[in-house]
Design a binder for this molecule. Structure first.
Ligand code: NDP
Length: 318
């Protein structure tokens, strides 16, 4: 197994990871950043980002992440492809294994692994994934031009996906399990105003129909227990996200969903030298701009930690 020693290791390449990289690189810490399974993170699955300050006209999500990466590279971040497959925080420096073959010894680790879309857990949803079932309207909506689709979920993501799809598809059913939307008022208005979005209240998906391709959706009204089949060609799941923190289970404190617990007001985890940033630790805000801010905190906390460690070493050798 290859072995390498670094000062700061950043895991993840969304707004949190790249912002941590910009700060750590500018502080001369020569960060190494592993991008993970989805370089650029969740924003690469989105279209226009209209709420990131500094872009009055909005910006395309994937382009924004290319810009984040370039900025991190400009100051010397070593950006690499690769997935973290295991970690060992029992000693110091911390040991992080990449793709089951390279072990990196890092004095400070900044976790910016983000979150991923959640699925309903239906067998048919899994079987037809990529064959009409999707968790990303912006990625796959194009395939359903002029067809009928359904979106499940009642939050901002579902509202955004339904609105996006309404511009491409003939008809969009939006399945909401309660009798109200969780989405923000402005997003609700967009959904309710679109002539081709039909919100099905108190409605849940029972089964995605079709053998090799989505052909319909069996739904049930959870108030009346009445079932019906919708004729659709695309099924979009937009029911929230799960933090990508499984590899840290048992090592760091987490809530029941898997969000890493940090010391309030900091990015510090219970293990000295391990910092958690962005959506991996934020279940409340989960915005690009808050993730970027949190990445900045991670780098500053790491910098202070390393300075203190250096002083400890100097004092011990003096
Ligand atoms: P949320 O957790 O806000 O919403 C999830 C939605 O899915 C809820 O309506 C929930 O129903 C529903 N749901 C969850 N599980 C199931 C299930 N098993 N079956 C049916 N429905 C289910 O997640 P989002 O991804 O929508 O948003 C996450 C965060 O990101 C929010 O803070 C949001 O504001 C933000 N965001 C902002 C955007 C923007 O500003 N442009 C765009 C997208 C997201 P229930 O309400 O009954 O719990």
């Amino acid at each position: 197994m290859d072995n390498e020693k670094v000062k700061v290791l950043i895991i993840g390449s969304g707004p949190a990871g790249y912002t941590a990289a910009v700060y750590a690189a500018r502080a001369g810490l020569k960060p190494v950043l592993y991008q993970g399974g989805q370089p650029g993170g969740q924003l690469t699955l989105t279209n226009d980002v209209e709420n990131y300050p500094g872009y009055p006209e909005g910006i395309n999500g994937p382009q924004m992440m290319v810009d984040f990466q370039k900025q991190a590279e400009r100051f010397g971040t070593d950006i690499r492809y690769g997935m973290v497959t295991s970690v060992d925080f029992s000693g110091w420096p911390h040991k992080v294994t990449i793709d089951e073959k390279t072990t990196v010894e890092a004095e400070a680790v900044i976790i910016s692994t983000g979150a991923s879309a959640k699925w309903l857990g239906l067998e048919s949803e899994q079987r037809l994934n990529g064959m009409g079932v999707s968790a990303c309207a912006v990625c796959d909506g194009f395939f359903y031009r002029g067809q009928d689709v359904a979106v499940v979920g009642g939050g901002d993501t579902a509202a955004e996906e339904a609105t996006y799809l309404s511009k491409l598809a003939k008809k969009v059913y939006m399945l909401v399990r309660r009798d109200e939307l969780r989405a923000s008022k402005i997003m609700q208005q967009r959904v309710l105003k679109a002539p081709n979005i039909e919100v099905l209240w108190n409605t849940e998906a029972v089964e995605v129909l079709g053998k090799d391709q989505v052909e319909g959706l069996k739904v049930v009204n959870n108030k009346t227990n009445e079932e019906r089949d919708l004729e659709i060609q695309g099924f979009f799941v937009a029911i929230g996200h799960k933090p990508n923190t499984d590899i840290f289970k048992g090592l760091l404190d987490m809530d029941e969903v898997g969000y890493i617990k940090t010391i309030p007001g900091t990015s510090k985890t219970k293990i000295p030298g391990v910092f958690a940033t962005g959506d991996a630790q934020d279940k409340v805000y989960r915005q690009a701009v808050t993730a970027a801010g949190s990445g900045c905190m991670g780098a500053l906390d790491a910098e202070r930690f390393l300075a203190e460690k250096e002083m400890e070493v100097e004092a011990a050798t003096a």
